[in-house]
Design a protein around this ligand. Structure first.
Ligand code: UT7
Length: 329
């Protein structure tokens, strides 16, 4: 049954830690150069959270900014979905820690695991709860502290990632179409091209394997790149068709912030000028589930689109997972 109760994003917020790590700083840690990192990825610097700052701290700060932006009180939140692959601990969920930190005493809370696609998976999950009338106000957060799962000796990966959080408040808004369409997809057959092999039940970290750092990110960069472009282009085309709009009608495209060359490839294949794409990966690197959420918040605050205009979000990550949405702002 298709519900008439639409879901809109009524506020956004984001947070990045204060500590900046530049490409020059990385030159002192691994065999790399600013030239290599910037020319291959577009990244200039990233933010790194302190040891005393778990993912829930980043998430709570983003959530507070989103609540302020939406003009709501924490007690009004019915559900908190926190998308993350770097939870504070296996359980309780990071969403439960956020609940306590922001005082959302009436919320149900859970985490969502879809790697870099998690925020958009969360937004679509929130939409479903609002459409059915189960909940009125949902807080969706994408938050990751990737510095805690990066192998700082692996130049193939450690230069790419950063820490941060972005959040959105969703609610039915009278007279707005809100989220017009969403496509989500996954391909578990390709799990190994981007994953963390250890630290879970399949391969717990033990005294015997700890030296191999099994609980850190492993990525086949070229394969990931190839699938990222194909999946994000296909999902974008499908969701535009589902929404019944053309790319020309979209005011701002907000893609996952992993690599500038990936974004340029998407723009080229969709035949959209780069000026209509939000890019902030130069400042933050790839912050996984947080990336598209931070980009959305910064684009909104920069006034890149107005109420009633259409925006397009597209993400890709480990799983593999991908998703794309068309949203009336
Ligand atoms: O968020 C989830 C989605 N993640 C992504 O979308 C990431 C997708 N992949 C990429 O963005 C790119 O594949 C990378 C940025 C990771 C790598 O760029 P690439 O152009 O595909 O480079 P490559 O992996 O083919 O490596 C080229 C060379 C290699 O040397 P050889 O074998 O050609 O001699 C690497 O060893 O660059 C070397 N290399 C580095 N050199 C200096 C790899 N990392 C570095 C580094 N500094 N940090």
């Amino acid at each position: 049954m298709k519900s008439d109760r639409t879901a809109s994003i009524i506020g956004t917020g984001s947070y990045v830690p204060e500590k900046v790590m530049t490409n020059a700083d990385l030159e002192k840690i691994v065999d790399t150069t600013d030239e290599w990192i910037h020319s291959r990825t577009g990244i200039r610097e990233r933010r790194i959270a302190g040891l005393e700052q778990p993912t829930s701290d980043l998430a709570a700060n983003a959530a507070k900014a989103a609540m302020e932006n939406a003009g709501i009180k924490p007690e009004e939140i019915d559900l908190i979905i926190c998308a993350t692959v770097t939870p504070d601990m296996f359980f309780p969920s990071t969403a439960c820690f956020v609940q306590t930190k922001i005082g959302a005493v009436n919320a149900a809370c859970f985490d969502l695991s879809a790697a870099c696609s998690g925020f958009l998976f969360g937004v679509e999950t929130a939409r479903q709860f609002i459409a059915t009338g189960t909940y009125n106000t949902v807080l969706v957060i994408g938050a990751d502290k990737l510095s805690s799962i990066v192998d700082w000796d692996d130049r193939n990966t450690c230069v790419l990632f950063g820490d941060g959080a972005g959040a959105a408040i969703l609610r039915h808004r009278e007279g707005s179409r809100g989220i017009l369409a969403t496509r989500m997809g996954s391909n578990g057959n390709l799990a190994e091209i981007l994953h963390i092999p250890g630290g879970g039940s399949a391969c717990p970290v033990t005294a015997d394997n700890a030296s191999q750092k099994p609980a850190t990110i492993r990525m086949n960069g070229r394969e990931t790149y190839k699938h990222a472009v194909t999946a994000m282009v296909d999902a974008s085309k499908q969701v535009l068709e589902d929404a019944g709009v053309t790319a020309d009608e979209i005011t701002c495209f907000i893609p996952h912030q992993a690599n500038l060359r990936i974004i340029e490839a998407i723009a080229g294949r969709l035949d959209i000028p780069m000026e209509r794409f939000m890019v902030n990966l130069d400042l933050y690197g790839n912050t996984s589930a947080a990336a598209v959420a931070i980009a959305l918040d910064e684009a909104a605050r920069q006034g890149r689109f107005k109420r009633g205009e259409l925006i397009h979000l597209v993400v890709f990550g480990g799983g593999l997972t991908w998703a794309s949405s068309v949203i009336e702002w």
